[in-house]
Design a binder for this molecule. Sequence first.
Ligand code: COA
Length: 333
Amino acid sequence: MSSKKYKACISGVHGYVPDYVLTNSELEKLVDTTDEWIVTRTGIKERRILKGELQGTSVLGVRCLEGLLEKTNTNPKDIDLIIVATVTPDMFFPSTANLIADKVGASKAYGFDISAACSGFLFALTTGCQFIESGTHKKVVVIGADKMSSIIDYDERKNCVLFGDGGGSVLLERSNDDTGIQDYILRSDGSGSDMLCLRGGGSLRPASIETIKNKDHYIYQEGSSVFKFAVTNMADISEEIMKKNNLSSDDVSYLVPHQANKRIIDATAKRMGVGPEKVLLNIEKYGNTTAGTIPLCLWDFEKKFKKGDNLILAAFGGGFTWGSLYLKWSYNN
Ligand code: COA
């Protein structure tokens, strides 16, 4: 029996990417790579980088939230809760959500961060939903944002071509009808943790001369192993949520996938039986912004959506973490 009092819906979305564009041809000058290799293997043509001193992930969060508040005509003081999904918080503590709340004047909101890597936005979105569904909160903001350039080694070709900086935010409110978040499936498997992680800086390996020498403060990834897990799990969980909700491929209006690699997205779409016209892609412009990809994708394609459209959101990331979410879009543009 459901304990839901209300259905939660996304009532607005806004994104932000920094101005600086790091193109494949610029990367060709930094490391031994080619535009052709990057495009064929990943689908990425360029990514955005947040430049400047003392510019953390909160800058991305503040910019996308300010735009969201303006767009939805929301007073920051009416926000109850801000949840930020990120693996690149400004600091270990206080939470980036706290910093963002302060900077946008959300003085009545409390906030916290969620760490689930590339699945972070889905984990945060479903967490936010609980507060709306139970009736305890009326306005919850969910942000997915990452300054991946802060943990990337630009002397090494493997990872620097994949990631970029950016973030997106959504406003969650009570739905007035049957649109909104319908269902979700979330999973994690810590046995994959060594294949994609940030080894240094935590309580296991606190920052030291040694961790710096070992480059432990940069992302570590066994790319081809992660690729195999991502393909299988993102496709499986997307198919699973369709079956669970009796959705045929015709019922699905759009797939909103985490943007890590176009080949992972293609495999997911194929399994779901949806054609390329239903697959929302912006990986070529932004690369992998980790927790930022899904809200950035919703923002980029918002104008396409019509009330009642069935969207499947799907992600896979470090941890390992993965998930899918089925929502009916709640407004027309
Ligand atoms: N430019 C040129 N060559 C590169 C390169 C680059 N940027 N990065 C790796 N290579 C080389 C490798 O050294 C290797 O060369 P070798 O065969 O001489 O050893 C070759 O390209 C193939 O490497 P491999 O890692 O097997 O390629 P791949 O087809 O698996 O693609 C990734 C690499 C990283 C693009 C792919 O594995 C991937 O996307 N993985 C998932 C990453 C991800 O999305 N993680 C985030 C969470 S989902």
